[in-house]
Design a protein around this ligand. Structure first.
Ligand code: ZN
Length: 123
């Protein structure tokens, strides 16, 4: 279910790592916004700016957290450890110029790679 564009809420998974603008969510259980991938329930903050304020606060204690969360946008992983492993793998893979080209080669290529990485990292 797409919300009107005036809806500034930013949402994140309660049981997965997905986060994005509420307009990217899908209607889940009981008609509430859910993760578009796993359907999981979401928590919300009022605005994306508020979301980044919290991320930046955390980044002071855990440098690199913001970069991780920028990468995590739109990615549903079952838990934070898996997200971190997928991100680490992405950082390794993007050092290869051919793979980097694929990674940056558009949504289709990125989705395929993300899907494969998820399979690899969730074993
Ligand atoms: Zn999810």
């Amino acid at each position: 279910m797409n919300q009107p564009e005036t809806d500034t809420r930013n949402v994140h998974g309660a049981r997965c790592t997905w986060w994005d603008a509420i307009s990217e969510s899908k209607t889940g259980a009981h008609g509430l916004p859910g993760c578009p991938h796993c359907g999981g329930v979401l928590y919300e903050v009022a605005t994306e700016a508020q979301w980044w304020e919290a991320i930046d606060r955390h980044d002071k204690h855990e440098p690199g957290y913001r970069a991780l969360m920028e990468w995590a946008r739109g990615n549903c992983y079952p838990n934070f450890d898996t997200l971190k492993r997928a991100y680490a793998l992405y950082k390794k893979l993007e050092k290869d110029p051919d793979i980097k080209e694929l990674l940056n080669g558009g949504v289709e290529g990125a989705e395929e790679i993300a899907f494969r990485m998820k399979k690899m990292t969730s074993r």
